[in-house]
Write a protein that binds this ligand. Structure first.
Ligand SMILES: Cc1cc2nc3c(=O)[nH]c(=O)nc-3n(C[C@H](O)[C@H](O)[C@H](O)COP(=O)(O)OP(=O)(O)OC[C@H]3O[C@@H](n4cnc5c(N)ncnc54)[C@H](O)[C@@H]3O)c2cc1C
Length: 411
């Protein structure tokens, strides 16, 4: 059985970053990757451009992980967004920040992020074995036996960084949960997060691809409004997506209603007053021309009239009060019923996983199984869009590595 000082299972951003930072001169680090190549999801991230982190104050990050911001705090504060940006800058890959705070490599290529990390892993002597999945882990005297289809390894310390179960074609298929469960590590329920919403009787399929910046929308459950949101929204073939929708998808349930406002910042009353004034001043105009004054794209303009039962050549002087009321509702509170949040195949991250109360979050070590560490999305951590998930993967990977180094230096 081959021996290593540390075995890291899963070469996504969390595992790669952990392996390279865990290495000490003269010590063997094995990084096992199931796919033929590492970092498949990292390459897809940010549509191939890699939104690596966010530029905000690190304290503001804490509100971007649902209820788990506090738990991720030690990792985030121990290796911040600025540390991450600096890590890449000092190795020749500068970052740029968009107006909305999202940080990308200046080259806008996720390959550049991955190849820099791989180069660094190589320089630090990490032994990367691709196409070699860990199929089981057994606790043995003084450590762990890691079984793969090719070989068995012994290591006193292991890190599970196998990701979640979303986008399974990238290699994350829940192996980390099975290995954790076999070792007796507690897990929580899992669900898709950052996922598009499938809409019942969806009327906007023909407008798929149309997007809206900073749209105001509300979520209703059993007839009661439960939240107001503002965010970018995208019409898809089957429903709604875009960062604003993805970020709220973690709490949306089937049969919830989403009401969309197509009139920018105007409240319903303000829109009614403004619309009425424009109609009164232009009695010979068509209603569609009046609607063009609002941030409603031409094709949507026609569609909203059509869905409100209003002929698209109707003139203002024939516009009834009832038609006006229907149109106002369509423009300010267009209701869409959620069939279901999209499944794991389309979710960008997994909610749930290795339970945080079973892990010492100041070291990333299991509370019940000494020398078993976790990093990245295998943990019950999921962030908003905007770079929060990659930052969590890098920060938890770094923290696990730092704890391992500290322990090994003291052996
Ligand atoms: C389409 C898409 C776009 C995204 N864009 C962004 C973005 O722009 N910004 C952002 O912050 N986040 C983004 N995310 C989320 C982000 O990519 C993930 O949160 C992040 O990759 C998680 O890192 P990880 O290392 O924990 O897991 P993963 O990246 O999933 O890596 C886990 C690795 O473990 C390997 N593995 C699994 N099982 C085994 C096994 N048994 N043995 C060996 N290896 C195994 C897998 O093959 C995989 O390579 C995006 C996600 C998707 C799907």
């Amino acid at each position: 059985m081959r021996k290593y000082d540390v075995v890291v299972i899963g070469a996504g951003p969390a595992g790669l970053f952990c392996a390279l930072h865990a290495s000490l001169p003269g010590q063997g680090i094995l990084l096992l990757e199931k796919n033929a190549n590492p970092g498949a999801k990292l390459l897809l991230s940010g549509s191939g451009q890699c939104n690596i982190t966010h530029s905000g104050d690190i304290r503001d990050f804490l509100s971007h992980y649902g209820d788990h911001g506090k738990q991720v705090k030690p990792a985030l504060f121990g290796f911040t967004n600025q540390d991450l940006i600096e890590f890449f800058r000092t190795r020749g890959l500068a970052m740029m920040t968009e107006e909305n705070g999202k940080v990308f490599p200046e080259t806008r290529r996720s390959e550049d992020v991955l190849s820099l990390i791989l180069r660094e892993c190589k320089e630090r002597g990490v032994d990367l074995h691709c196409g070699e999945p860990a199929t089981g882990v057994i606790r043995t005297a003084g450590g762990f036996e890691i079984i793969t289809p090719k070989e068995s390894y012994f290591s006193p310390m292991i890190v599970l960084s196998t990701g979640g179960v979303s986008y399974p074609k990238t290699g994350s298929t829940g192996d980390g949960y099975r290995i954790s469960a076999s070792l007796g590590q507690p897990l929580t329920e899992i669900a898709p997060a950052l996922t598009p919403l499938l809409i019942r009787n969806y009327p906007f399929a023909a407008l798929s691809g149309m997007s809206f910046e900073r749209m105001q929308f509300s979520v209703w459950r059993s007839g009661k409004k439960i939240a107001d949101h503002t965010g970018d929204v995208l019409f898809t073939h089957l429903g709604l997506s875009g960062p604003g929708i993805l970020d709220v998808s973690r709490y949306i349930l089937p049969a919830d209603t989403i009401t969309l406002s197509f009139v920018g910042n105007l409240k319903r009353d303000e829109f009614v007053a403004d619309l009425t004034r424009r109609i009164d001043e232009n009695r010979n105009w068509q209603i569609s021309t009046i609607l063009a004054a609002y941030p409603i794209p031409e094709r949507l303009n026609r569609k909203l009239l059509n869905l409100s039962g209003i002929p698209d050549d109707l003139k203002c002087n024939h516009f009834s009060a009832e038609q006006r009321s229907r149109l106002v509702t369509s423009c300010t509170q267009f209701p869409l019923t959620v069939e279901a949040p999209g499944g794991f195949s389309v979710a960008m991250v997994t909610r749930g996983g290795v339970a945080l109360d079973g892990v010492n979050l100041k070291t990333m070590e299991s509370k019940s199984i000494p020398n078993l560490y976790f990093a990245g999305e295998v943990l019950d951590i999921d962030g908003d869009t905007g770079g929060y998930n990659l930052q969590a993967a890098f920060s938890t990977g770094f923290l696990a590595a730092q704890s391992i180094r500290l322990k090994r230096e003291n052996i």
